[in-house]
Write a protein that binds this ligand. Sequence first.
Ligand code: ADP
Ligand code: MG
Length: 258
Amino acid sequence: MIRIAIANQKGGVGKTTTAINIATAMAAAGWKTLLIDLDPQGNASTGMGIDAEDRENSSYDLLVDQYPLADCISPTSIPGLDIVPATQDLSGAEVELVSVDDRTDRLRSALAGHTDHQICFIDCPPSLGLLTLNALGAADTLLVPLQCEFFALEGLSQLLQTVERVQQRFNPDLGIIGVALTMFDRRNRLTDQVADDVRDCLGDLVFQAVIPRNVRLSEAPSHGLPALVYDHSCAGSRAYMALARELIGRLPEERKAA
Ligand code: ADP
Ligand code: MG
């Protein structure tokens, strides 16, 4: 299973929207896909239509109580897409895990040997705490949503430092598969300028597909549906389809068969 963490310690940059829609696009492309909600806010779970009262076993049980992964997976309404939902008690996990020895290794252990899915996406919380470290420790690679706004690059350098530390300490093979520009507004000259700066700075690491600011993307979660299902032809959905195609092109050939 290819494991991709969707991380950026800034809140509201499009992590969850990206996680939901790219996971849906991969499932639609025929990949057995798992979405792991690692944010105590549970936005990915809600956005997939999993009501809070229906979240029986969650990512908290997986990390803190070390339930088997299979027991924490729920189906979604999308064929080929399953989810490990998040509940509010996950917010306690940061504290509860502090004193355990393998605190940054819990997710990696939980996913080890899992072959029921071909790819998984881990939706991270907006911090660089233990939950995100677990995601970075478990991941093969990182997908970074970057909102086209003034301080975008500053936040990115902090994330890249964390990635370096994770590589040095416990996941030497962690890669970065790409940076996805989100909430792009072509009428706004500042976002245009930021997008140019980010490309100058990061080059090919930045995906060609750019996610526009699109109201359908923000409406979809309140219907418990990925935008790709809620309105598959809106500009936001089309952009996520393009991003998924590009992502597939960047995945290592030998892993695509696995
Ligand atoms: P994060 O997970 O990084 O906190 P979200 O994906 O939850 O970010 O996005 C933050 C808010 O912005 C949500 O209300 C979401 O619906 C909205 N949003 C995300 N991406 C877009 C977009 N491209 N266009 C319009 N609204 C968006
Ligand atoms: Mg989120």
